[in-house]
Design a protein around this ligand. Structure first.
Ligand SMILES: [Zn+2]
Length: 513
């Protein structure tokens, strides 16, 4: 741990703006410096385990929680915690916030939500090799901690190249396995798939099982954006459970949802399957973001990649209506960005089905012609009641699936929105349950050793917030509005966020266990 502490101090010392205490620490000999002390008095501690809150004083010395109890000031910086909650920093188990992270290493978008750790490399896509991400992170430290999974799609593309529209051969699977092992050894937390996306969609279950077995041998985990979240949802859940069983690995369902009108109200049936799997001894968990709309590609609504009028009509009828599809990114025609499919159909004097198919065809043509075909949509497909039912499952933790660069507000508001909507407005979760789902449970699900709870000796990743005021502000109209109600955030004992502002230090650590 000494190494990690030195790393923290070095990161802090590199920062352009510094607290006086850190200047003293940095200019003194590391071993002789007096560690910086903070005493948060009379605060409501919610420790992340799910246990009841208690009012205590909490002292931080250096990077760790030094004492919890009825404490007397002793040369500390004093913070009055009256009426505020202190909890472990929130852990985003499924994040795309690596996009833009090194350009904005202060990560205010995360700090303003109380997030201190993000886990990327999800949905089958990761930086290859992971080592290069780690090196970039260590070279450009950020305010938050970072860890990554290895993406199945990434290693599948590396091995199969453009010839991926097929089942992989045994040799190709073996080559993917080698690459996966190498990545897991160099510091990845687990293996992720995106079975609804190219190229993962062309893999068989047995290909995924072969690779998940390798992850299991390394003692790692498997997280999946499943093969379907709508038409074939129940088959996809069965497939995921079967992978857990065959590979002997903990499986985590990413952003669990029922994204089809005719499935609404059936969340308890999903949970029945997951509970049966758990009773069988399989470690099955899930994460969720608290919005009725997702973000993905235009083609994701066509699992057979059959771009027919019939399939498009079904998608717009059952999966997401034309007025509920917002174009986030459309490289062939940037003027469509921010408009709904219904609005674009009007502009083109066409109907939504034709327009949707034409937009896909135009994007694919642009891509074939050498790029510029990128696209991304936000689709309204979920029911609040299902989100509530899934969220209340004891094995569902909170994640954002978000980034700072998209038009989906989840990147800016997922964590505070849980407090606003599902704690205060709906009463679905107690404060303790909500915090547990953002901290201790998230950490357990990832297999992290040293994060997610606050006790004496814990690494001081912490968030101090007003439980009555913490709220998301981001909407589809204003997706980048900063959340409010978070008073302070600490990462490894260094205060990174103070009432809406970044403090100028970058203590984030690379997380690989
Ligand atoms: Zn996903």
């Amino acid at each position: 741990m000494a190494g990690a502490n030195i790393l923290t101090w070095l990161s802090v010392c590199r920062a352009p703006l510094l607290f006086m205490a850190f200047i003293i620490s940095c200019t003194n000999d590391q071993n002789q410096s007096v560690p910086f002390q903070v005493l948060i008095e009379d605060v409501t501690l919610i420790d992340g385990t799910g246990s009841d809150r208690k009012t205590v004083d909490v002292r931080i010395v250096g990077s760790r929680v030094d004492a919890i109890g009825d404490l007397s000031p002793d040369d500390d910086e004093i913070i009055d915690g009256t009426g505020l909650v202190l909890s472990p920093g929130f852990i985003d188990t499924h994040s795309h916030h690596d996009r833009g992270l090194f350009e904005s290493p202060e990560a205010l978008v995360l700090l303003s939500q109380g997030v201190t750790t993000i886990i990327v490399g999800q949905d089958g896509g990761s930086t290859l090799p992971i080592r290069s991400l780690k090196e970039e992170f260590l070279g450009t430290p950020t305010s938050v901690n970072l860890g990554s999974f290895v993406g199945h799609g990434t290693i599948r593309s590396e091995v199969m190249g453009v010839d991926y529209l097929k089942e992989a051969t045994p040799d190709e699977i073996a080559a993917m396995g080698e690459l996966l092992s190498q990545e897991l050894r160099s510091g990845a937390l687990g293996f992720s798939t995106g079975l609804e996306y190219d190229p993962g969609i062309y893999s068989t279950t047995s290909e995924v099982v072969s690779l998940a077995r390798i992850a299991a041998e390394h003692g790692k985990r498997y997280s999946s954006h499943m093969r379907s979240e709508d038409r074939n949802l129940f088959d996809a859940i069965e497939e995921t459970i079967s992978i857990a069983r065959a590979a002997g690995i903990p499986v985590h369902i990413s952003h669990i949802k029922l994204a089809m009108k005719s499935l609404w109200g059936r969340a308890s049936e999903v949970l029945l399957l997951l509970n049966q799997a758990r009773e069988e001894g399989l470690e099955v968990t899930a994460d969720l973001y608290p919005y009725e709309y997702w973000q993905s590609t235009m083609t994701v609504l066509f699992p057979g990649r059959n771009f027919t009028r019939e399939a498009a009509a079904f998608a717009l009828q059952e999966l997401a209506p034309p007025e509920g599809i917002l174009i986030d990114r459309y490289e062939p025609n940037r003027s469509y960005e921010g408009l709904t499919l219904a609005e674009i159909a009007d502009l083109r004097k066409s109907d939504p089905v034709t327009t949707y198919l034409d937009l896909i065809a135009e994007s694919q043509a642009a891509r074939k012609a050498g790029g510029g075909g990128g696209e991304s949509i936000i689709g309204t497909s979920m029911a609040t009641q299902d989100i509530s039912t899934l969220l209340k499952w004891p094995y569902t933790n909170v994640a954002s699936d978000g980034s700072s660069t998209s038009r989906h507000p989840r990147g800016y508001g997922s964590f505070p929105k849980i407090f606003r909507t599902y704690v205060r407005e709906r009463g679905d979760l107690s404060l303790e349950e909500a915090v547990h789902k953002m901290t201790g449970l998230a950490s357990e699900t990832l297999g992290l050793k040293a994060r997610g709870t606050l006790e004496v000796g814990s690494i001081a990743d912490m968030v101090l917030f007003d439980p009555e005021k913490i709220t998301d502000k981001a909407t589809r109209q204003d997706p980048r509005a900063q959340s409010s109600g978070v008073i302070g955030v600490w990462v490894a004992g260094a205060r990174v966020y103070d009432n809406g502002l970044f403090t100028g230090v970058y203590p984030g650590q690379w997380i690989e266990e």
